[in-house]
Write a protein that binds this ligand. Sequence first.
Ligand SMILES: O=P(O)(O)OC[C@H]1O[C@H](O)[C@H](O)[C@@H](O)[C@@H]1O
Length: 523
Amino acid sequence: MSDLLDDVVAAAGLTVFGAASVPGSIDARTRLDPAVLPLARSDDHDLVARIAALRAEFLSRGLDHVVLCGMGESSLAAEVIGRTLGVELTVLDSSDPHQVRAALDDRLGRSVVVVASRSGSTVETDSHRRAYQQAFEDAGLQDVGRRFVFVTEPGSPLATTAREMGAHLFLASSAHSAFSAFGLVPSGLAGVRVDTLLDEAFPRPAPHFAAGFSIAPPAPEPSATDFADPALMLGAALAAGALAGRDKLALASDGTGLDGLSDWIEHLVASSTAGSGRGLLPVVLENPSSWGHEGPDVLSVTTGGALAAGVMPGGGTAPDLAVNGPLGAQFVVWERAAAIAGRLLGADPSTRPDSEPTRLVLDAGLPHETPTFVDGVVEVYGNTSATTLVAAVDELARGVPPFGYLAATAYLDRVGDAAAAGVRDALAARVARAVTFGWGPRYLHSTGRLHKGGPATGSFLQITGAVTDDLQVPGRPYTFGELQAAQAAGDRQALLAGGRPVLRLHLIDRATGIEQLLAALGG
Ligand SMILES: O=P(O)(O)OC[C@H]1O[C@H](O)[C@H](O)[C@@H](O)[C@@H]1O
């Protein structure tokens, strides 16, 4: 792959430079031409100061637990920022009733809730807002509206709700970005020094961000290499890789601290290249040498940058590309690179996932299905001739075409049932195909679009679980459990209608079922 990158770079007249720990390193700290810096918006100039003032107000009221309700781009950047910088932020992007209940039960009296949605109409986010409002009222807390912070676009229904509730409101008037209010408000309220993050992203002097930030003395006249553009190199490499058949983008942290970044990149790349018919399938790996890091259809990329020269990430496994730099610089480079790759691949950036399947199921009622067979605590649904759990999964995997992929999706509690994520590695070790893992409904907002809109080379293993403690969505005729079941059923129906094979495993007992599944796959 390094040859491919070299060709791309040479063709573009660029030079790769930086402290390369591996061939193909891209230094995300490389200075960008100020003319191409994004986010030249005057309305953000006081954002940092507003966030700091609001945090101080909350702390003075004893509100020190920040919950973020938002799906996809509206929560992923803030989650990565908090995770990377070690600042606690509770992210709620699930319809699982157990996960929602656990969040509501966690320090409710000390909680502030950030409701983030660009459109203001995303069903999960609206449901979370309703659940928190109800819980605050039931607990007899005062000034409920002032415990909410809304981040949305001007004119969205959420802006109206915020005003009606007397809540704090941040209007983000441009496209999603880690550096917009969507990334900065929740993380800043939770205690992240957002000015430091911005400094990492926009090396000084940054004329577009001058107001609100300290301004360094003018830099010396830049040399030609200072303006080599890592985003252009990375974007060109991603697109060139996809066009050359490397359409699985294996993403891993190099172990130097940017651990949640791959999930954010997954969403960014999937949404930027979906709709092109030849999108890149992001495959988030546990580490650089996990199953799935190599293959003729794989472009492997690590992110990090604190490794000494010559030290390979992941205990000696060299990736095709290494993108090095601190978190802020990574955000800038990846956002632009994904847009460039999408453009080169002919993607339509305006496509959004279809929420119609969920709505149809909610309207018509959940389908009545009978398991094909039951193995232990796992009900198996789908068109299979197998009679055991492992045989059914193996049969599904055998049907994946060469260079296709197997996507495992889990409509479970991603905190309480976290062990289910181990299914990815276990499956990948078993089948000679790319294997992805996504929590439902979170993945519907990112890779879900590729599953249905990309090449029809995927097979799908959907995992659902028994709900023992359901929760009503206030003001709606359904519970969180019913919403979750409708999302899972809607996705199954949409996949099957598109001719994609689907096997569903329903865990009658979640913890035992996960253990049983992992044991079966490892056997
Ligand atoms: O911010 P919202 O309007 O609530 O949208 C949340 C998510 O919805 C859709 O899934 C979009 O494809 C995502 O890119 C977006 O992040």
